[in-house]
Design a protein around this ligand. Structure first.
Ligand code: AMP
Ligand code: ZN
Ligand code: ZN
Length: 421
């Protein structure tokens, strides 16, 4: 807590003026202890679809790729939603295994979970089935700092990152980048060796206006401008060449026409089930007094633009359905469709015309992976790989013992310089 308060003070100063007054040696520069791995910065651009980079609106990202590594795409885990995939990236576990199985959840012991529910999002019990990289790093003496990351404001196993900030969507991309620079300006003994940075404007524009909109293009430009600001700040400090930087996204974005509605109440009466959530992946639990087996039998029959399964019958490739938090009955919309109800539409007339959460194998759901730094080969493009592999890669870069995970270091080690493998 002490550190949080100092950090908040520091960050407020940093956002207006400049937090560090002390001149420090570049982090990870040769003068630093030979055994200390270079700092690792993990950047997420929420909903940056794999093919967005080809629009030519992300010159800084392209520069990092040109001098580093780019994956043709990275496959998200199922469901292709923000919280499940961000937690996958920092734990190496599929959502079914780390417990953040959706952005919206119900747990018989903990109650309801939703992105906007600060108490739930900060409650470590939701997150404790996984061990995030910052927890292990801290245990091994590496300081950690999160400029937002799902899970970072929770007391997971009683622990936070050393430096973290409660989520505040109003902080601009430049302010976020400046906070990372301010942390890197801390004296060596306090300076983080693992940091995250999170941008969400591309996601918001994608939901509001669709992936092919001018608004997404503007969000790509402004996010890249923040990346350029960050890179310049790192260069000014002599740190750029000495840091490993990984830029990822959690999933892509598909366009969803306004009238692509599947009205669940045409098939299922709201009072017969407990609805956990609608949207792309809808979930329902039994309600006492109603024959759930009969309801499921009807729902599992073919439907237009939607497939439903009892959680025990979800296709194996999704690796989803064993976790007690996964609702008993799941309905997944075809890409480009939304599951809603007449009652829901009566209250929420504004719909997202871009969305994600769909089948994680669909091309429109594929994510970004770019990496740059002393450990990475230069100018190579690698084949698609699943996002569970990012965790063992990062643990290797930080010379930390990985927890058991669903990822594979061997699958991604070829992107590293031979000396860094
Ligand atoms: P979604 O598009 O529904 O998967 O949710 C993505 C949204 O979650 C982002 O656009 C942010 O507004 C919000 N969000 C991202 N990170 C956090 C966080 N750490 N805490 C709370 N909300 C967040
Ligand atoms: Zn997202
Ligand atoms: Zn989103």
């Amino acid at each position: 807590m002490k550190i949080l308060f100092r950090l908040l003070l520091c960050s407020l100063l940093a956002l207006s003026a400049g937090c560090a007054t002390e001149q420090v040696a570049p982090a990870g520069a040769p003068a630093a202890a030979a055994s200390t791995p270079p700092p690792l910065l993990l950047i997420s651009i929420d909903a940056y679809r794999a093919d967005y980079i080809k629009r030519g609106l992300s010159p800084t990202l392209q520069m990092l790729a040109n001098h580093g590594v780019r994956a043709q795409s990275m496959q998200p885990s199922f469901p292709s939603l923000t919280f499940p995939n961000h937690y996958t990236i920092v734990t190496g576990l599929r959502p079914d295994h780390h417990g953040i199985v959706n952005n919206r959840m119900y747990d018989p012991r903990l109650g309801k979970f939703a992105l906007g529910d600060r108490a739930a999002v900060s409650d470590g019990r939701w997150w404790s089935e996984g061990t995030p990289i910052w927890e292990t790093a801290d245990q091994h003496g590496i300081r950690t700092a999160t400029m937002f990351w799902p899970g970072s404001s929770a007391d997971i196993h009683g622990q936070h990152p050393d430096y973290w900030i409660p989520y505040n969507g109003k902080l601009t991309a430049i302010q976020r980048a400046d906070q990372v620079l301010a942390w890197l300006d801390l004296p060596a003994a306090e300076r983080p060796g693992f940091l995250t940075l999170y941008f969400d404007r591309v996601d918001h524009a994608g939901h509001g206006f669709g992936p092919d909109s001018a608004q997404v293009d503007a969000a790509l430009r402004s996010t890249d401008a923040a990346l350029a600001h960050l890179v310049q700040g790192l260069r000014d400090r002599g740190m750029f060449k000495h840091m490993n930087i990984i830029v990822i996204s959690d999933h892509g974005m598909a366009s969803v026409p306004r009238d692509h509605n599947i009205y669940i109440d045409n098939f299922l009466h709201a009072d017969q089930v407990q609805t956990v959530g609608l949207g792309v992946l809808a979930g329902f639990n039994p309600k006492p007094g109603h024959d759930f087996a009969k309801i499921e039998a009807a729902m599992e029959k073919p439907h237009r633009h939607m497939q439903c399964w009892d959680k025990s019958r979800v296709p194996a490739r999704f690796d989803y359905g064993k976790n007690p938090r996964v609702p008993q009955l799941l309905c997944l919309a075809d890409v480009g469709w939304r599951i809603t109800s007449h009652a829901h539409m009566a209250i929420h007339s504004k719909v997202s015309i871009g969305n994600h959460g769909y089948d994680n194998a669909d091309p429109r759901m594929q994510a970004l992976f770019v990496a740059h730094g002393p450990a990475f080969r230069r100018g190579i493009v690698v084949k698609p790989f699943p996002n569970v592999d990012v965790y063992p890669l990062m643990m290797h870069l930080l010379d930390l013992p990985p927890m058991a995970s669903d990822g594979s270091y061997d699958a991604v080690k070829d992107m590293l310089n031979p000396a860094s493998r």
